[in-house]
Design a binder for this molecule. Structure first.
Ligand SMILES: [Zn+2]
Length: 471
């Protein structure tokens, strides 16, 4: 998520720990119900047990005037153990569920969970296609203290973190399970639709047009997005990489021009990051500026979304594009590791400034450290495990970026660059944890860094001003 954070703090999390099925000694060959959660203690109902989604084929018709969403989505999934039943995450009312074309039993034990019972248990390794028909109004729905649907009668943009998918499609909603996506959105034919990846085509039938976007590379469910409205678009290819950008025509003409100039910086910023980090992980790039009052930017895969940015725009694009490596290609294993997304993304804003006439990273760190009082709340947030209500607090970004610059000062620029490149290469398409990052930093630098990372990530006080702490 971008430097502009959500304006309303997330509400306290409702404790739902008791709903997750306990571990059991039975083997994966004995059919049993899949758990209601994937096992992330921050959000016990997020994701599900026993399934691995391979592909989402999302078909959604959205009525902007009525705020009503009708969906018919096919989820191709593989059973990772023998299952008598399994769950998907979906907040909308469900009409029917079919497996490989045949109707099956389902229920909604609570608002977030869709429980599906196949006619016969699924074998471990069996792949099935689950078709879910659903229909409802996403805007009033609240989950985990979040009311995430952003729309008016002219424009809609499905963007949020850590939760967005269950407001518009049934998902195994956790970054641990990535899948490929085909997304078809039907809206009145006068409107445009923008999504992740590559535009496959657009067909008009009566008053509606259906636009089809495809994500060729696997994607976490929270990074899947669509926007519908009236957009100015531009596209092209930069150093072999296709790009596509869009700007809402609901903005005034001066804002549109400024936003389009900013969006068009994306291909060059993508190339700048590629020179530092190695191969760009996806097959297209771009961005979208919405007129809706979203209040934050988000790193949707290949196509981040932005509010109108009056200043600091380039820096925000650098941040969201850095997330394509840190957060999208290498996802967090659990949400407690969120600093591994936001720390590097914010650090690349610092590096961009350093390379474009601003203060050096060292100067930036020195000033940031001096400007913070020792007893500030900032230092009490333990960014290695901040708690579900603090995922997007300022220290996750700022202390995270300070940790990166301090590490750069401590182990030297050459080892630091090698660490980042090795991290994104070896974890590409997978997950990463803080423990793994620390281990790799020690391996690459040949230094013992336990005390360094304890001081920066875990201690509820400022790190001492020492060379060992990179200060
Ligand atoms: Zn971010």
């Amino acid at each position: 998520m971008g430097p502009l954070r959500r304006l309303v703090p997330a509400l306290a999390l409702v404790c739902t720990v008791g709903l997750v099925a306990p571990a059991s000694p039975v083997t994966a060959a004995d059919p049993r119900p899949g758990a209601a959660g994937i096992g992330d203690p921050y959000f016990p109902l997020d994701g599900n047990g026993g399934i691995d989604v391979l592909h989402y084929d999302i078909q959604v018709a959205y009525d902007l005037a009525a705020g009503r969403l009708r969906g018919d989505t096919r989820v191709t999934l593989r059973a990772t153990r023998a299952l008598t039943r399994f769950n998907l995450d979906l907040l909308l009312p469900v009409q029917s569920v079919r497996i490989d074309g045949a109707p099956v039993a389902f229920r909604k034990p609570d608002q977030h969970e869709l429980q599906v019972t196949p006619a016969a248990p699924l074998r471990k390794g069996q792949t099935v296609q689950v078709a879910v028909a659903y229909d409802g109004h996403p805007a009033p729905i609240t989950y985990a203290g979040e009311q995430n649907w952003i729309a008016d009668e002219h424009e809609v943009v499905a963007m949020n973190q850590p939760h967005m998918a269950p407001w518009w499609f049934p998902a195994n909603d956790h970054p641990r399970d990535r899948a490929r996506f085909d997304v078809r959105i039907s809206v009145p034919s006068g409107l445009d639709v923008v999504g992740n990846g590559t535009l496959v085509g657009r067909t008009v039938a009566g008053p509606l047009a259906t636009t089809h976007w495809r994500s060729a590379e696997p994607m976490a469910s929270y990074l899947a997005f669509f926007a519908a409205g009236s957009f100015r678009t531009a596209s092209g290819t930069h150093r072999g990489l296709p790009w596509y950008v869009a700007v809402s025509e609901r903005l005034d003409p001066a804002q549109q021009s400024r936003a389009m100039r900013l969006m068009k910086q994306t291909p060059a910023i993508t190339a700048w990051l590629t020179r530092r980090l190695g191969r760009y992980p996806f097959s297209s790039t771009g961005g979208l500026t919405t007129a809706l009052p979203v209040g934050f930017a988000l790193e949707n895969q290949t196509r981040p979304t932005y509010p109108v940015l009056d200043h600091g725009g380039t820096s925000t694009v650098v941040h969201e594009m850095a997330h394509q490596w840190f957060g999208n290609s290498v996802t967090v294993r659990g949400w407690r590791d969120i600093w591994l997304n936001e720390g590097p993304a914010t650090f690349f804003e610092v590096l961009w400034a350093e390379k474009h006439g601003g203060p050096s990273g060292r100067e930036w760190l020195d000033r940031a450290y001096r400007d913070l009082r020792a007893n500030d709340y900032f230092w009490r947030v333990r960014i290695h495990d901040p708690g579900p209500g603090h995922l997007f607090d300022v220290p996750i970004y700022q202390r995270g970026a300070m940790t990166m610059q301090a590490l750069r000062s401590r182990i030297g620029g050459r080892d630091f660059n090698r660490l980042l490149r090795t991290w994104v290469r070896t974890h590409r398409g997978g997950t990463g944890t803080t423990r793994q990052f620390v281990a790799l930093a020690e391996r690459v630098s040949g230094e013992e860094l336990g005390r360094f990372f304890r001081a920066w990530l875990r201690a509820p006080r400022p790190p001492a001003r020492t060379r060992a702490n990179g200060l």
